[in-house]
Design a protein around this ligand. Structure first.
Ligand SMILES: [Zn+2]
Length: 254
């Protein structure tokens, strides 16, 4: 397993969640002085922060933290890693021929600006109802205050409700740099075969278009701001575990 050295360049604060510091409990934010070094074994750029996992170490009982990417340097074998760029060993690229699947536009009023944040991630959801009409109506309703970029129906049709360039409101705390994809299904249902074919085509196209690596695709409940407080995407990808989702991603998208 690769080990990286995370160097703290200036006094900063590690955070357990990517929320404003004033919303975090004391144990969820740990000041660290300039000059500190940590060994880490994995990392993921999230907005302007780096999410990292400590090697052989925990701070306040937690080994996963966020740090402002401007305050650190990441080294691998003595060489600086450009942390906010995607790794180059990904399987897809914009030069690859990947066609956008057919998409039906169904505008939602519930969106806001990404304020220049690049798209880096895809978050997968389950609607917890198999009524497409209910889902579209809910996301089109101004008072629901929720939306998604895409809805993939049981019959495989794909609806788009918010432009990729705008921020859809699908995962609290995670929306600025992500694309949200909802799948119409009851909580006990898997993806239907046509739905699975369509979402694979859609995700493959998004990965190529925005250079999103497979590791940056996740389920709602496994995204950083949602530690265990929700159950979406339910059984879409097998059982409810993150392992089942990762196996599905590996099988279909890498
Ligand atoms: Zn969800």
């Amino acid at each position: 397993m690769t080990t990286f050295t995370l160097k703290i360049l200036r006094d900063t604060v590690l955070q357990q969640k990517l929320l404003p510091l004033e919303e975090l409990a004391d144990r969820e934010k740990q000041p660290v002085p300039a000059g500190t070094e940590f060994l880490i074994h994995s990392y993921l750029p999230v907005v302007d922060h780096l999410r990292f996992t400590l090697e052989h170490q925990a701070i306040a009982g937690c080994s996963i933290w966020y740090v402002n990417a401007d305050d650190i340097q990441l080294l691998k074998d003595g060489n600086i890693v450009q942390t906010l760029e995607h790794p180059t060993q990904r399987g897809h690229g914009t030069s690859e021929l990947c066609r956008r699947p057919p998409i039906i536009w169904e505008a939602s009023p519930n969106f806001s600006s990404r304020n220049g944040t690049p798209i880096r991630r895809i978050i997968l959801h389950c609607t917890a109802t198999n009524s497409l009409t209910t889902v579209l109506n809910w996301f089109r309703h101004p008072e629901s205050q929720v939306s998604t970029h895409y809805v993939v129906a049981r019959d495989g049709k794909i609806y788009q409700m918010v432009r990729d360039s705008e921020k859809a409101w699908h995962a609290y705390g995670e929306n600025a740099d992500s694309i949200g994809i909802e799948h119409v299904a009851d909580v006990q249902e898997h993806l239907s075969p046509p739905q699975e074919r369509s979402t694979i085509a859609l995700i493959r196209w998004l990965m190529a278009e925005y250079r999103i690596p497979a590791y940056a695709i996740t389920g709602h409940r496994f995204s950083p701001s949602h530690p265990g407080d929700i159950t979406c995407p339910h059984h879409l990808f097998g059982d409810e575990t993150e392992e089942a989702l990762r196996r599905w991603i590996t099988r279909n998208l890498t």
